[in-house]
Design a protein around this ligand. Sequence first.
Ligand SMILES: Cc1cc2nc3c(=O)[nH]c(=O)nc-3n(C[C@H](O)[C@H](O)[C@H](O)COP(=O)(O)O)c2cc1C
Length: 422
Amino acid sequence: MSLARSVAAPAVLNIADLRRAAMRRVPRVVFDYVDGAADAEVTLRANSSVFDEVLFRPRTAVAAGRANLEVTVLGERFSLPFLLAPVGSTRLLYPKGEVEAARAAAAAGTGYILSTLAGTSLEEVRAGTHGVCWYQVYLVGGREVASAAIERARKVGYTALVLTVDTAISGLRERDYRNGIAQLLASNPFRKLPYVWQILSRPGWLMGYLADGGLMAFPNVVLPEGPMRYAAVAAALEQSVVSWSDLRWIREIWKGPIVIKGILTAEDGLRAADEGAAAVVVSNHGGRQLDGVLPTLRALPEVVAAVRGRLEVLVDGGIRRGSDIVKALILGARAVLVGRAYAYGLGAAGGAGVTRAIEILTADLHRTLRLLGCGALSELEPSMIELPADFGPGRRRLSGLADPGEATDPDRAGQAPATGIH
Ligand SMILES: Cc1cc2nc3c(=O)[nH]c(=O)nc-3n(C[C@H](O)[C@H](O)[C@H](O)COP(=O)(O)O)c2cc1C
């Protein structure tokens, strides 16, 4: 059976099926790099399980037609209310993985966000697709190195920059340590030896990987000595902490919209608005950074309420079904990003797998909307869900924090609420 057929319906009904297919095709070290998260993975699990706490209240006996799923984000029209999130090193999952994913996104009429830590150059990804591409920025290598990449992104037609602000240092991804990522990246073959079985047990993947050039560097992080090598990532991230002052120099060299990714509080949402960001992504990096932070769906209402339309609010984290997307939209997201949902597809079958992931989420969306009695995304409203009592602004009150609205007081904008627990 061909790889593409192996992810076709009805064998792969949901994203969990794609996850299992990816687990079978790629080495464990690669699968766990995608599937895993920081520390005890509490936030990873919470990101998904929080969707189960939000319950639908449908309108029945409504003859809702098939909804138009189009949304406008940063002035660009997308056919679907979800975009593909920046995921580093997807070329490990499948040859030219970034190009494959960007093409699948474009074919579905949605956008693709390329990570700074991609294995494929931003020019090659841009040339490989007719769709909308945004570029995600880490300051690895310093301002000059990032400026050069931003200039390259501008030249070839990326339309927005996504500045990720939650990666002051890499989270402790325990699975990566146990699977021997550091040893596999080491030049000494004896250090690799205990871990190579994972690679050898996936010969199909290995052939594709070698044909694609083997272990790659990062072509969008060009240091004086050449593209940054894989082994240098962790140290480079530590030396590349982003602060609000960086937003100011980035604004000088990038005239298009800037999205701040990694916001979890009203205070930081307001600060992003004050600094002139066009949008924020409420995100905890898929649970890969600070373990124990709140799941993003819980943070979303607080940020939406605080920014009061001053910028667009997107959200990511834990989205595995179209019904998850509907819940996020009802809670005020303009659109969502999906990370692992498409990365599993890429690992399972390259572009065909990403297409299948997009199809699954799209079919889920249509079905959920009709069962809710909604003929259009614009008909979604808060009364269509029931929230736990400690959700959103209620959660802030229980924590002794001020309501987000209070923080919009111009004198206090961007500062911690006076009643905060500091
Ligand atoms: C394997 C992997 C690599 C990632 N790499 C990046 C990255 O390079 N830059 C970034 O801003 N976010 C990165 N993320 C975070 C995603 O953009 C997104 O926030 C997260 O995947 C959303 O959660 P989900 O995977 O549950 O959908 C990565 C996520 C994963 C799973």
